[in-house]
Design a protein around this ligand. Structure first.
Ligand code: HEC
Length: 552
């Protein structure tokens, strides 16, 4: 690990031991580049908010005045609506802006759209007075900043360094990527994901060769511009073994062997937190891993998830129970395996229920699947009105014993559609009328056709469909990365990649298994809600929504 990173980790660790308040704030200010705080957070060296004037004498301050709000963390421009703030990373500011056109033999260096290179003086003038390097007034969306000399010096030196160092993992010909598979992932799931990724990489690299050939036949400038974007992909598989506490060291070791530009997809059995933390600290993008328990690090910027996973389902369920009046009667019993993901779901339900959580009892399972005797005994003891089962298919077999005489006091059995993959075969028939699944995916009838293009792609690449959920999501992740990389136009900045993903996924034209997929600025979950569905047996077995799409 680079020494600089070690130093900043040491600062973070020291920080967290201090009590919150003034001394912690000072500690942080010392650890973080002050220019970066002005740029990203809108906080001055003094700890006061940055202030700036905008049109009509209005004032912006703090985070709203932070440069990153408009220019992006990357400094490479971040279009929001009509206004397109220009790129202001160091290499771009400190060189002249010229107009390159295909039909022109040489680039145009004067006239509209061009400007000379900034100097530190003209840059300070642009930031304070809104006059660019050519002496032209900048348009009003660019605020006029009230910055003292010390703050200005810190900001300018940050801008100079911004984007100046090449991101690791990219060479002139290749982009190195890796995918993480954690301990405990079922072999079939691992295989399903890896097959899609290797098929995608192969297809991508074949296409890249064609594009290069075509570009070369189109003339010099175009070749140069496009080759900047085309790179062969290489994909390493980083297998994490043993206890989660050891994953950090393993991730560092993999990274040391071959640094990568981004982590693509991935599969996790427990919490994704160790990978999430690593990516946050290394400023390493992690694109849409297959996990039911996302991490929640201090800097969530670099990891993009499909959904908040099981904790989201628990919050949806709490909301549904409240709204459907189920909170009125009896006790509730939640049964879950003593495993990370299920424990997180149970804890999330308890906390989302708030005041009424006192009525919720917990039963934690270990060992073999619970028997019919276990269920009979447990239900006799607890007499719940509602059962919540954070259990997967193999654990539902014992409920068979209850099928002949379902306990009459139970009004509903809630399950997770993520954990229960085959409700019609795993749940005993007599219990099915009581079963409700929290279903964070698109409804089957809609999803069938939305996933058709993905299915045909998989088939065309010779990938057998064994686990459509994993395969469709993996394909979605790879597509998303591929498109975003093309739109970097040769600026291989990891921050820019995250911004492009944010932007382009706001309306992705291809489908994942999740229903609504959209990403607002700064958001890191593509899907944010779930349905509650019931099992309809006739005329044919299908899942039918009993709630709207619930966003808790
Ligand atoms: C509210 C949005 C917004 C914020 C916040 C903002 N800018 Fe800008 N900035 C713009 C826009 C829009 C332009 C383009 C104006 C034009 O083309 O006339 C611009 C232009 C610039 C330029 C001129 C670039 C060139 O190529 O001539 C610089 C330099 C700049 N901004 C730096 C900053 C810095 C540094 C900060 C933070 C201290 C900042 N901006 C904050 C919107 C913003």
């Amino acid at each position: 690990m680079p020494a600089v990173l070690l130093a900043s980790l040491a600062v973070c660790a020291a920080d967290s031991e201090k009590p919150a308040g003034a001394s912690a704030a000072v500690g942080r200010a010392q650890g973080v580049d002050p220019g970066k705080r002005i740029y990203r957070e809108g906080v001055l060296l003094s700890g006061e908010p940055v202030r700036a004037l905008v049109q009509a004498g209005d004032e912006l301050s703090g985070a709203r005045a932070a440069c990153a709000t408009c220019h992006g963390r990357s400094g490479l421009g971040y279009a929001e609506g009509q206004i397109i703030p220009p790129a202001i990373s160091g290499p771009i500011l400190f060189r002249p802006r010229v107009i390159e056109r295909r039909e022109l033999y040489a680039a145009r260096r004067e006239g509209p759209g061009t400007r000379p290179a900034y100097t530190e003086e003209t840059l300070a003038r642009a930031i304070r007075e809104g006059v660019d390097a050519r002496g032209t007034q900048l348009d009003p969306p660019m605020p006029r900043y009230l910055l003292g000399d010390g703050d200005m010096a810190a900001l300018v030196s940050y801008l100079r360094a911004l984007g100046a160092a090449a991101s690791p993992g990219v060479s002139d010909e290749e982009i190195h990527l890796a995918t993480v598979v954690t301990a405990g992932v079922p072999p079939a799931r691992r295989k399903a994901m890896l097959e899609v990724l290797s098929a995608f990489v192969e297809a991508k690299n074949t296409q890249t060769r064609h594009e290069e050939r075509r570009a070369r036949s189109r003339g010099a400038l175009q070749v140069e511009r496009e080759q900047r974007a085309y790179r062969r992909w290489t994909l390493d598989v980083w297998e994490l073994t043993g206890a989660p506490e050891t994953w950090r060291t393993q991730l560092e070791a993999h990274y040391a062997v071959r640094p990568v530009f981004a982590l693509l997809s991935g599969a996790g059995a427990g919490s994704w937190a160790p990978v999430h933390e690593f990516c946050g600290e290394m400023a390493l993008p992690c694109i849409l891993p297959n996990t039911d328990l996302p991490g929640q690090g201090s800097d969530p910027f670099y990891t993009l998830y499909f959904s908040p996973g099981l904790p989201l389902e628990a919050r949806v369920l709490a909301r549904y129970l409240r709204d459907s009046g189920e909170t009125a009667a009896g006790t509730w019993l939640q049964v879950y395996r003593d495993e990370e993901v299920a424990r997180a779901a149970a804890a999330a339900l308890r906390s989302a229920l708030g005041g009424v959580a006192a009525r919720l009892r917990d039963v934690r399972l270990e060992g073999p699947p619970p028997s019919a005797d276990f269920w009979r005994e447990t239900l006799r003891r607890e007499v719940p009105a509602v059962l919540v089962l954070w259990l997967a298919d193999p654990d539902l077999g014992g409920l068979e014993g209850l099928a002949s005489s379902p306990p009459s006091r139970i009004s509903a059995v809630y399950l997770s559609a993520t954990l229960v993959e085959k409700p019609f075969s795993s749940l005993p028939q007599a219990l099915r009328p009581l079963a409700r699944l929290v279903h964070p995916f698109g409804l089957p009838e809609v999803q069938q056709s939305r996933l058709d293009p993905t299915r045909s792609w998989l088939r065309s690449r010779g990938v057998e469909i064994t686990d459509l959920r994993t395969q469709a999501n993996t394909y979605f992740a790879a597509r998303a990365l591929g498109e975003a990389l093309m739109h970097l136009a040769g600026n291989f900045s990891r921050d820019y990649l995250m911004e492009k993903l944010e932007h382009r996924l706001a309306s992705a034209p291809w489908a994942s298994v999740y229903s609504t997929v959209g990403l607002g600025s700064g958001q890191r979950f593509l899907s944010k809600g779930a349905y509650v569905v019931c099992l309809e047996e006739k005329p044919h077995a299908r899942l039918v929504a009993v709630s709207d799409w619930i966003i808790p």
